[in-house]
Ligand binder design. Structure first.
Ligand code: SF4
Length: 212
């Protein structure tokens, strides 16, 4: 094991310990392939599954792997043919057995931070689907909650606006201007600091750089 791999495992272990004090399950997977396997283990055959927009889930091949598994009832908005169909899938996600998401940032103490433009993702995370599985690269772990919020707003958000070619000031210079535009992707900022339902949330920390 390289020093980086050792450090990733140690850091993940510290975060997972903190998550348990907040009634949130945690696992460490060294690679994306291991994380995909873990997600499949956690979701029984026949489960209904949906997910929020996430480069992590796509880039690591999780979405593709779930389609290929052929044993889940997937609510995939990317398959919608019209905006109305996509809206319907957003709503179906609230009744899913499992909802998957990455996080824009996490603190070493176990806070989970997500920002959202129209709110569908953070709404489903907060309430609705029976279980929520986060898959988070070690690059998303910040020193504390303040640093996690700064990471989400100052790093993740401008990269996403560039990716989506949003008409926002951060797309032009890569820096957050704390805009109040309606199409801001930072309209809603959600922090999980603790879980009401023991085990509704589960975080899989992956020892790789994933997403932004
Ligand atoms: S400028 Fe607006 S959209 Fe861009 S990161 Fe800041 S708040 Fe978000």
């Amino acid at each position: 094991m390289t020093p980086i791999e050792q450090r990733n495992e140690l850091l993940a272990g510290k975060v997972i310990k903190s998550l348990r004090t907040r009634h949130i399950d945690g696992y460490y997977c060294a690679t994306s392939a291991d994380a995909i396997q873990k997600v499949k283990e956690l979701m029984p055959e026949g489960s209904s599954v949906s997910w929020g927009g996430s480069m992590t889930l796509r880039d690591m091949g999780l979405v593709k792997a779930l389609h290929e598994a052929g044993k889940y009832n997937l609510y995939d908005r990317d398959l919608a043919k019209t905006p109305e169909e996509a809206q319907e899938i957003y709503r179906q996600a609230f009744s899913a057995d499992f909802y998957m998401s990455s996080a824009n940032a996490m603190s070493e103490q176990g806070d989970i931070v997500n920002i959202d433009g129209n709110g569908n993702r953070v709404a489903a995370i907060a309430w609705g689907p029976k279980k929520v599985i986060f898959v988070v690269g070690v690059n998303k772990i910040a020193k504390d909650l303040d640093a996690a919020i700064k990471r989400a707003r100052g790093t993740a958000a401008p990269i996403n606006t560039v990716r989506l070619n949003r008409d926002t000031p951060c797309t032009l210079d890569g820096v957050c201007h704390d805009c109040h535009l309606a199409n801001s992707i930072c309209n809603q900022i959600h922090i999980i600091r603790n879980s009401y339902d023991n085990g509704r949330f589960c975080v899989i920390i992956v020892g790789e750089e994933l997403g932004y």
